[in-house]
Design a protein around this ligand. Sequence first.
Ligand code: GAL
Length: 818
Amino acid sequence: MKRTLVFLCLLCAFSAVWSQRKEIVLTDGWEFCRGEKKDNWQPVSLPHDWAIAGPFDKKWDLQRVAIVQNGETEATEKSGRSGALPWIGEGHYRRSFLIDNGKWKIDNLRAELLFDGAMAEPTVRINGENVGYWPYGYNAFRVEIPQNLITAKPHNLLLEVDLKNVEESSRWYPGAGIYRPVTLILTPRTHLDDWSIYFHTIGERNGKAVVEVTGKAVDADESIIANLSLTSADGKVVAKSESLSLAQDGSFHASFQIVDPQWWSPESPYLYTLTASIANTDGRVIDTKSIRTGIRTVRVSREHGFQLNGKTRKMKGVCLHHDLGPLGAAINKAALIRQIKIMKEMGCDAIRTAHNMPSQWQMEICDSLGMMVMAESFDMWIYPKCKNGYARFFREWSERDIRNLVLANRNHPSIIMWSIGNEIPEQWSEEGRQIAIRLQGICHSLDPSRPVTQGMDRADAALGSGFAQAMEVPGFNYRVHKYQQNYDRLPQGFLLGSETASTVSSRGVYQFPVVVEAADNAKSTLRKQHYNGQCSSYDVQYCSWSNLPDDDWRWQDDKDWVIGEFVWTGFDYLGEPSPYDEYWPSRSSYLGICDLAGLPKDRYYLYRSHWNKEEHTIHLLPHWTWPERKGQVTPVYCYTDYPTAELFVNGKSQGRISKGDGRLDRYRLRWNDVKYEPGELKVIVYDENGQPAGEKIVRTAGKPAKLKLDVWTQHLSPLLKADGEDLAFVTVSLTDKNGTLIPDADDQLTFEVSGAGCFEAVCNGDATSLESFKQPTMKLFNGQLVVVVRSKKEAGTLTLRVKDARRKLSQTVTLQTK
Ligand code: GAL
């Protein structure tokens, strides 16, 4: 009785009379509970991550393992490996919905649920009947609702999703729950199969783009015809094909030549709309599907390396894990847009979705903002990298998983490459080579328009077994010193830095003396002196299997046959706290160019100085507030695209220097002997002609005096959409009265949100913080943190008040939502 009442409360109806297909994102009206007992249901909205609120605790998924990929031979305790958040166990979701057949007869109705990913092992039930299951939590999958359930009366159905996360199944924080959207798709039984529609560019002929479209109608007889049209962004039909007859299996096909095409690229992400429809002979449209897509070609070759639209370019890429820091795995459009914009501003033009399938929202954003994508699939095949990982499913599910990856994503122009794996242990074996050939073949059979790669970490083994030679794009992770010998042995004539750098740093932390070293090496300076859960932001520490950005760039810049790189990683992510994976309370990575809150570390400006060719960069480090270092050597680095610069401390020149050939001197300017004295640090940069081109000043901070709030939103005006989903990211900095950051401040702040929004999360980027992201209080980490606020569905004014009780400071910001 109680259950029935709950379901009635949840009942949601789609009442409008409709004749076309309906695609309804099932966001609200869900209930969720944890555990096997299935009690204590709570109302939730999707996307949802049940574990992100914490509490952090080393007992969650405490792993005692030897990480073989990192060269370890003895098992040790790895406390924060998968984020130290409570993601293990069962989770259950339920929601009822009404099947509205609109104009269609109920027995002519087809209903499908499209899951973009659910962590993990989702079992889907309708009215108690099992209708779907998909073990891999990262993949999109479709569930058809059986006809007998659609026609049964009453037409309100109960949808239940059971999830199960097992320990030692992940090398990082996977998240937990239905963390990506679920869409209900209603069509007549004669309908277009969504994933059959495939648009791709064949090439360029006499200035025209040659494109091909295929698709398939289901349950269609020979009287049905298909129509296709391609519309430009300003609404003009640029290609059209009508009355296409269907082949026996319902498929149809057309090719077009587009005059004056707008080619998609990161610099000009132009999108067209493809509309496919099927109709009766009397012209009555039965089903229509529109897709935003783009015209562009991708090629790899010995002669020209990687080419987009016939032009050779090197991928300036970053790897991204799927979590969104304090939001966890639950995806959000504003947060995804912010990530991509931060990366683009750095000059990055590509991401690798490490090590799994991307979300549809993320791919739509990459399409429209202009970001190339290597869409990845697996972190392991048959041999497990962690005890209960995907290896449990690989033999039975890998083909279906690769198929869904390609079918769900192949119309996104941003995707320029598929990846079938990352550091797969079976690189050395014939069996591995056979699997690589099989998976690559599946990608090609569903999408001949894109090359296939994977990231290999055992170059000698992979070359010895023929595994590397079998790949269309041989991707190598790290070990740049092997690039030349790899290239010499490869028939392809080029290689990709599928994973590079793994340099480690913590925002605002500087360790002295400055030593270039592998930070996880037991004998290292870091281990001996600074084993405190932080890494130095001088950007000189890396993992023993990896290197510094400077080392990668030599190969990228000097060798035509190195076709690009994907830096590990663009942002810090939850879990994998190398080099502190045995140190509690470290629970998130140090590998990001930006921290977990999305704030740039110094390294951001190093990449920007080399990658961003549109704008100049002049960045100085470290900060200049070191009361305990008076008279002590405090090296100063400048990250700039200019070749020469002169540094001054309180007006005294520290020398004019130019970029040189040393390991750290080709891309950075360094003054290693500067003695600290409080005051002003100033750099003047000079261009190639020796002319002064700009300057940058960093000052010693005075007393803490004010809180500075900087707001980021995806819209300019009004700032937020009143849709209950839009987010504002507010960076809070404690400064002196002149606005100089207090670089070591760790004040406890509190946050109050009132009006048309609510508090969503907070993050300070400290990988050792155990404060919950979901409580409206947190300490500053090195003077800064980021508060995230969410709009409500009612338009109005949202106010965020930030308070620092210790210093009796407070600051507010007001945002309009509409
Ligand atoms: C790589 C691996 C990544 C990450 C990284 C950390 O070997 O592919 O997933 O673990 O190391 O440096």
